[in-house]
Design a protein around this ligand. Structure first.
Ligand SMILES: Cc1cc2nc3c(=O)[nH]c(=O)nc-3n(C[C@H](O)[C@H](O)[C@H](O)COP(=O)(O)OP(=O)(O)OC[C@H]3O[C@@H](n4cnc5c(N)ncnc54)[C@H](O)[C@@H]3O)c2cc1C
Length: 377
């Protein structure tokens, strides 16, 4: 007998959509609520690592992600002046050797692909909606939504991101994510390089990853004092200043920012925060997924991958166990180690960047984690 028949997923981000799709494959009745009426993420690029592509293959959308995104097989590690120090071949992912070793895509394109798959799965999608309260007993969770409607579910999946409101229901003592000391800048630019490329500056790191056949996204991480608000009209000028130490393709982008040939509305700034909550990740019939329990800085470009893998593992465990408690324990037990690797290795890379530490150690931490993540989930 199925452990759960009716599930509420709170949050229609990458993790929530994948959870809904995977649960629908088991015939579970799924309702997904998303507070954003437009159901659209910011217009930045996102890197889809080999393991993430493998997880998207399980979800059933990898062909479209590859068709509409960009891929690469090598990373150029460059000095600040743009000269290539070393070109590293990317390892293909275990049990997914037929897939490209890495790729990228625009976030709105990935969101559209997953949203179409979510609707096609038969999930009931309710946009512009959050919840007011959630009260559980041994048999179910009573949820009151903020439009006044209410319903009862066998399980609630809190996939509502780094500032999760579901988390506040089951872990009210959690202090919240920590600012990591860095800010992230991203901009969509013409694709001028075949490979992914990373440029190491003194305390600023920049890189270019393809997101389609014709476009790449520039990512820049810089040291920041705190979570200060930066007005968007300052972003182009500040970003141009930040990348002034870099040569090569990045210098051309700087020129484009300053002379206005690069579109300023395609720049996004965000201070970085992270956290990893100790397992288990559920209390009773409410379970957390993705950034709600393990939010990482983007150094390994694997946070979304962890949310997708978490969704796959959660659905698998719900589908094959005999008791809900066992399934939810097994979900966190199987997924914790990989999420921890991503969060801790990314945090270490960020520390090295902020302190101008050893670039050799930085490279080793990155390569070790990327290699380990190739293992089957
Ligand atoms: C700067 C930056 C760059 C990154 N780059 C990469 C990368 O290249 N590759 C990668 O794999 N990962 C990357 N990540 C990480 C990745 O973006 C996240 O790990 C991923 O989006 C987490 O997905 P999620 O579904 O858990 O949460 P989210 O994507 O945050 O989705 C949560 C959803 O829940 C909704 N929501 C929130 N509260 C409520 C509520 N109360 N009720 C209803 N809905 C609600 C939100 O509107 C949102 O749609 C990056 C992160 C950052 C900050």
């Amino acid at each position: 007998m199925a452990l759960v028949k009716k599930v509420l997923v709170v949050g229609g981000g990458i993790g929530g959509m994948c959870a809904a799709i995977q649960l629908r494959k088991q015939g579970v009745d799924v309702v997904l609520v998303e507070q954003n009426p437009q159901w659209a993420p910011d217009g930045a690029g996102i890197t889809i690592s080999g393991p993430t592509l493998r997880a998207l293959r399980t979800v059933g959308v990898v062909d479209e992600v590859i068709r509409r995104g960009g891929q690469w097989t090598h990373i150029d590690l460059c000095a600040a002046d743009g000269s290539v120090m070393v070109t590293l071949p990317m390892e293909r992912t275990t049990t997914a050797e037929e897939l490209p070793p890495a790729g990228g895509i625009m976030r709105p394109v990935l969101a559209e692909i997953l949203a179409n798959a979510t609707r096609a799965s038969g999930t009931t999608v309710r946009l512009g909606l959050s919840f007011e309260s959630m009260v559980q007993d041994g048999d179910g969770v009573d949820v009151v939504f903020n439009d006044g409607s209410r319903d009862r579910y066998d399980l609630v999946v809190g996939a509502d991101g780094v500032l999760s409101k579901v988390r506040a229901v089951i872990l009210p003592e959690f202090a919240g994510p920590r600012f990591t000391g860095q800010g992230s800048w991203r901009a969509v630019v013409p694709r001028t390089r075949q490979n992914s490329s990373i440029y190491m500056g003194k305390t600023t790191k920049a890189g270019l990853n393809p997101v389609s056949a014709t476009e790449s996204y520039l990512f820049v991480l810089d040291r920041r004092e705190g979570l200060e608000f930066i007005a968007p009209d300052q972003w182009p000028h500040l970003l141009a200043e930040l990348i002034s130490e870099f040569g090569g393709s990045i210098a051309e982008i700087r020129d484009g920012l300053l002379n206005g040939t690069l579109r300023h509305d395609r720049i996004v700034y965000r201070p970085l925060a992270g956290h990893l909550i100790d397992a288990p990740w559920h209390r009773g019939r409410i379970v957390l997924l993705g950034d709600a329990v393990h939010a990482t800085t983007p150094h390994l470009a694997s946070g979304a991958g962890m949310a997708i893998e978490g969704a796959v593992v959660l659905a698998e465990e719900l589908g094959r166990r005999h008791f809900l408690e066992g399934a939810l324990m097994a979900y966190a037990g199987r997924h914790y180690d990989r999420a921890r690797l991503v969060v801790s290795a990314s945090a270490r890379m960020g520390e090295i960047e902020q302190t101008g530490g050893s670039q050799d150690e930085h490279r080793q931490v990155m390569l070790h984690a990327m290699h380990a993540l190739r293992a089957p989930i």
